[in-house]
Design a protein around this ligand. Structure first.
Ligand code: COA
Ligand code: AMP
Length: 633
């Protein structure tokens, strides 16, 4: 076996040879004609000329190679009391018919399909069916409100929307169809078809002509073979928060993604065909795309799809139950989920009820794995606890302890080493490399490895401006951190206005735009402040328009509700406080960093550029009054 160092060096010294070898492990309809090229826009592309299909790789290949009877997907839903196992053969058949259903409605290669579904197998089937047709799916997390869904519909311009009659949060049934109807009403683009998967927990009203019942269509649908697509064609668009109200449509190609995922399944997660992998996330996030659906299936593993929570479904032993019952070898979730478990079962008593011999390692991502949670998990499980760092944009981890190559000693707070293909450097604001131990901007030298975004949907100019223009020759991750003297990477947090609430990425800029549009608000600032459970929580500060007559409590309620209604309840805006003035520099820039610091530390250095130091004092008083951040009781 190659050492990590050998593998890494080869990936950066001979990237084309390295990734050609990885590509050869997959079943292409036509092998790539070139490995790394630049397109007409000068952007890097992997595997041009190759012809491939990810539904074929995820399903047909395994059935043809004798894995037809192996379980491909386990659906485990404590919220409905259901469990179902799908063999590779059964999943292939279901996906081929789902593709037939979409094709009968006129969906063909290149068309977009928005998928707004809860954590049910049909969500994965819809994704794989799109892949099978060469259609581009855009999954929208079920927690997003109609406004957010409408923004995505207008950007992706889908031919069809696939949804379900409801999602279930703990015991709360959330009807989805009215949300989809409202989103379509709000959107300028009107999709031709809505397909609704009916769940027994809620009935959906169908509008004749536009809306269709999934079961009825699938029952009459033909079985469809995979359509060969170009490696460089888009597989999906996944929207993620940027610094403004307009989300970024991250584009994922077919060939690079398949190669990168297949590589990472072994190199990072140490999984072989037949192993059981469970990622407790949601198909609406990149983690769900890569490691609930495509990665495990391309690798021939069994994937677990869990419709439940870490706690209260029914208790904080839920994770251990699922791991033990389905013989999970590798488990992956967000640190916040384990903080929820730790709060309810600090001594890990509930895990004693389960045989966890199957479990080899735990992977955490989505936010920084704080050392106390790391130490606790390590102690109660006695397993490797791997913090690994990635982004929607990259599609697979940038840094991790490569368990399938050469495991290294863990360092709490570190995501270990950059993975093959990623040349990670720490730069100062002027783009100069910083020595080890010094904190700065984490940038990745171009080209990015396969699997990472080639561009943004319909907006190459924004792609260049957001990622490539800050440091020439690099991709700017917008995360800050440092490399220590042993080369371990420590990711400390975002350098922009993106925050992370319970592992969900949100834009404070977007919240500011929404709050700023309220008739009583003159200006506002939203910042993420530390929270022991969810990592960060947004709080807002507003300055009222002259003459605005509105009660403090009333406005707070209205603005919190405004964010729930427009973005979704998971945004968890805590409170909005009224102040006379926002702290700003003399040139008018809001000092958000100082506001954040006030919520966590006693002593905040008043920036020399501040225009009015009393404005910071006012923020401090407001936080104290509302018991926010360190003033919480
Ligand atoms: N659909 C609809 N609503 C949703 C939703 C979804 N998919 N997900 C969350 N919400 C709503 C919840 O119902 C809740 O609404 P409420 O305020 O009316 O009660 C609100 O959003 C906040 O939910 P959540 O952030 O899940 O907090 P919680 O206190 O209910 O649960 C945890 C806390 C830690 C159990 C939960 O946040 C969790 O499981 N986190 C892990 C998330 C994760 O895996 N992230 C990784 C992404 S890679
Ligand atoms: P998302 O695109 O939703 O996956 O969010 C990506 C962001 O989450 C990154 O830019 C980081 O800020 C944060 N993140 C993800 N994983 C980690 C990690 N292991 N350590 C620190 N931050 C992380």
């Amino acid at each position: 076996m190659n050492s990590y160092k050998e593998l890494y060096q080869r990936s950066v010294n001979e990237p084309e040879a390295f990734w050609r070898e990885q590509a050869e492990r997959l079943d292409w309809f036509r092998p790539p004609q070139q490995i790394l090229t630049q397109d007409a826009d000068g952007l890097y592309r992997w595997f041009a000329g190759g012809s491939i299909n990810l539904s074929h790789l995820a399903l047909d290949v395994h059935v043809a190679n004798g894995r037809g009877d192996q379980t491909a997907l386990i659906y485990d839903s404590p919220v409905t009391g259901t469990q179902r196992h799908y063999s590779y053969r059964e999943l292939l058949n279901a996906v081929a018919r789902t593709a037939g259903m979409l094709r009968d409605l006129g969906v063909t290669a290149g068309d977009r399909v928005v998928i707004y579904m809860p954590m049910i197998p049909e969500a994965a089937m819809a994704m794989l069916a799109c892949a099978r047709l060469g259609a581009v799916h855009s999954v929208v997390f079920g927690g997003f409100a109609p406004h957010e869904l409408a923004v995505r519909i207008d950007d992706a311009k889908p031919k069809a929307i696939v949804t379900a009659s409801c999602g279930i949060e703990f015991s709360n049934v959330i009807p989805y169809k009215p949300l989809v109807d409202e989103a379509i009403r709000k959107a300028s683009h009107k999709p031709e078809h809505t397909i609704v998967f009916a769940r027994p927990e809620a009935e959906a009203t169908l509008e004749p002509g536009r809306d269709h019942d999934w079961d009825t269509l699938v029952a009459n649908a033909p079985v469809v073979d995979p359509v060969p697509v170009e490696a460089t064609d888009p597989l999906y668009v996944l929207y993620t928060s940027g610094t403004t109200g307009k989300p970024k449509g991250v584009v994922r190609d077919n060939g690079g993604y398949a190669v990168a995922l297949n590589f990472s399944m072994k190199a990072v997660y140490d999984l072989d065909p037949g192993d059981v992998f469970w990622t407790a996330s949601d198909v609406g996030w990149v983690v769900g795309h890569s490691y609930i659906v495509y990665g495990p299936l391309i690798r021939g593993c069994t994937t677990v799809m869990y419709e439940g929570k870490p706690v209260r479904t029914p208790d904080a032993g839920a994770f251990w139950r699922v791991i033990s019952e389905h013989k999970v070898k590798t488990f992956f979730t967000a640190p916040t989920a384990f903080r929820a478990v730790k709060k309810e079962d600090p001594e890990g008593r509930l895990m004693q009820q389960y045989d966890l011999n199957c479990l080899k390692s735990l992977f955490l991502a989505g936010e920084r794995l704080d050392p106390p949670t790391y130490e606790w998990l390590k102690e109660i499980t006695g397993r490797p606890v791997i913090d690994h760092w990635w982004q929607t944009e990259t599609g697979w981890p940038i840094a991790a302890n490569p368990m399938g190559v050469e495991p290294h000693p863990e360092k709490p707070g570190s995501a270990t080493f950059p993975l093959p293909g990623y040349q990670v450097e720490i730069l100062d604001s002027g783009g100069q490399p910083l020595p080890s131990g010094e904190q700065g901007h984490i940038a990745i030298r171009l080209p990015l490895p396969p699997g990472c975004l080639p561009t943004l949907w319909g907006d190459t100019a924004r792609y260049r401006q957001a990622y490539l223009s800050n440091f020439i020759g690099y991709y700017d991750t917008s995360d800050g951190g440092y490399l220590d003297e042993d080369g371990y990477l420590f990711v400390m947090g975002r350098m922009d206005d993106v925050i992370n609430v319970a592992g969900h990425r949100l834009s404070t800029g977007e919240m500011e735009e929404l709050i700023g549009a309220h008739p009583a608000v003159a200006e506002c600032a939203v910042v993420g402040i530390e929270d022991p459970m969810k990592g960060e929580l947004p709080v807002g500060f507003v300055v009222l328009k002259d003459g605005a007559e509105v009660g403090t409590e009333q406005l707070d309620k209205e603005l919190v509700e405004l964010i729930r209604r427009n973005i979704g309840a998971f945004a968890c805006l805590q409170t909005v406080m009224i102040v006379g003035k926002l702290p700003k520099t003399r040139s008018g820039k809001i000092l958000r960093k100082s506001i954040r610091q006030l919520a966590t530390t006693q002593e905040v250095a008043v920036p020399s550029t501040i225009d009015d130091p009393a404005s910071l004092e006012e923020i401090r008083d407001a936080m104290e009054r509302r018991q926010v951040g360190r003033y919480r009781e």
